[in-house]
Design a protein around this ligand. Structure first.
Ligand code: UD1
Length: 425
């Protein structure tokens, strides 16, 4: 298994291009199943999760792959789907796979997708996805660890989600596009990835209003056609790079991301004392002194993203003062805390709240990545720490960060990947 070795303590300075959004891409790949003909997705990041979704689409019988002649381009056609079953092995590796269920039942009348099961950051049930599809008239059965949804033809309905769920909103919204009549989604997630998906579905011929608010209205249509869509920049990758800049008192400029979708992150980093400028060319974060401690509560968009919690915590570990970090979205998302303690951080956790007392410096140590965003937090901390930190199990980070070492190196970081089998790379 690969490891990443960071020699920390240096300031990060320079400019980086942000990759396309992982989460937007995964939903758009599922949406391509709904359309007749080919969908082309551009600015797609080369990530393990994207490859996992490609494998899943291929397993369903779809044609899906990279267009090697145009970097970052995927071509997907769901026309050949003949085995609408998403096996456990693929879904277990990536929960977002569950998003194929809505498109499968809406277009092909049947979908069978393994229940994702628990994961490192919590139970993460899919009951809201199921509730929404049932409301649209699908017959849903849970047998042998699989969720099977069947329907001759879905019909529009009102769905009030009990919890605000991003992929649940996306799954049901996709299904409703091919239902008879009108669907209203209440308490819908308002994340930018929901808006981007709705926009792409609109290009496909769907009739959707209200995406980005908590009430989305969808007027079903008979068919959708493939589109050519450019995926927008990844707000979480961008936030991670800004956090790394602030934690190392550096000067980091980002291109390729819309600052408006990451206002909560920018605001919090500003509260730590960082200077953040936004203009058409991108975002620039500069930090001159130790960051100040701040309190933060994660929440669905437009609140502070749970996916940025560990990276901000890494910044707060080296801050002057104390901070309180409250995680409200997932029940077990402090897996990075024991690892940060190994670097010399001072953090106490009670339930969903972490009390972080800033220390003057962190010290490099061997640590282990436990999930995607936890590993991002560890890399940020490692960059700020003095001495060498070796992060193991980096396959977690490869799920969601494209060429992370290369990007950080371009900012002056001393970071390298050690491949288990091949020696150093
Ligand atoms: C998406 C993102 C993930 C991000 C999360 C929250 C993708 C691929 N992943 O995940 O990076 O961390 O949003 O911003 O887009 N819940 C239920 N029942 C359900 C569904 C969800 O109780 O049927 C709960 C979850 O356990 C969690 C909360 O709702 O506590 C929010 O989860 P959700 O928004 O669904 O996360 P994902 O869409 O899986």
């Amino acid at each position: 298994m690969d490891r990443i070795v960071v020699s920390g303590g240096g300031r990060l300075c320079g400019e980086v291009q942000v990759s396309g959004s992982k989460n937007a891409t995964l939903a758009l790949m599922a949406a391509a199943l709904l359309a007749e003909g080919e969908t082309v997705l551009r600015n797609v990041p080369r990530l393990r999760d994207v490859d996992a979704m490609l494998q899943l689409l291929a397993a369903l019988g779809a044609r899906a792959g990279w267009d090697e002649s145009v970097p970052g381009t995927l071509r997907i056609s769901g026309d050949g789907v003949d085995r609408p079953e998403a096996p456990y092995d693929l879904v277990r590796r990536m929960r977002a796979s569950f998003m194929v269920l809505g498109p499968l039942v809406a277009r092909f009348g049947r979908g069978r997708v393994s229940e994702p099961g628990g994961c490192a950051i919590g139970v993460r049930p899919v009951d809201q996805h199921v509730k929404g599809l049932e409301a649209l008239g699908a017959k849903v059965e849970l047998t042998h660890g699989y969720v099977e949804a069947t329907s001759e033809r879905l019909r529009g309905a009102r769905v009030a989600f009990d919890v605000c769920t991003v992929n649940g909103t996306q799954n049901v919204m996709m299904a409703a596009c091919l239902a008879d009549g009108e669907t209203v989604l209440e308490n819908a997630a308002r994340e930018p990835e929901v808006i981007e998906l709705a926009a792409a579905l609109g290009e496909m011929g769907a009739r959707i209003e209200g995406a980005g608010t908590s009430r989305i209205e969808i007027e079903g249509v008979r068919r959708l056609r493939g589109v050519d869509h450019v995926v927008s920049g990844d707000r979480i990758e961008a936030g991670t790079l800004l956090a790394a800049g602030v934690a190392t008192r550096g000067d980091v400029r980002l291109r390729g991301v819309d600052a408006r979708v990451m206002e909560a992150t920018i605001e919090k980093l500003r509260e730590t004392g960082a200077e953040i400028e936004v203009d058409e060319s991108g975002i620039r974060a500069r930090a001159f002194d130790a960051p100040r401690g701040v309190d933060v509560v994660t929440a669905p968009y437009p609140g502070f993203a749970t996916d940025m919690q560990s990276q901000l915590m890494a910044v707060l570990c080296v801050s002057a003062g104390s901070s309180v970090v409250t995680e409200t979205v997932f029940e077990n998302r402090f897996m990075h805390v024991p690892e940060l303690l190994r670097l010399g951080a001072d953090i106490g956790v009670t339930g969903r709240t972490a009390h972080v007392r800033g220390v003057p410096r962190l010290m490099g140590a061997p640590v282990m990545a436990t999930d995607l965003r936890a590993s991002a937090g560890l890399i940020v901390a490692a960059l700020a720490a003095e001495g060498e930190t070796e992060v193991s199990r980096v396959y977690h980070i490869d799920r969601g960060y494209e060429r992370i070492e290369e990007k950080l190196r371009s900012l002056g970081a001393r970071i390298r990947r050690v491949r288990e089998s091949e020696g150093e790379a």
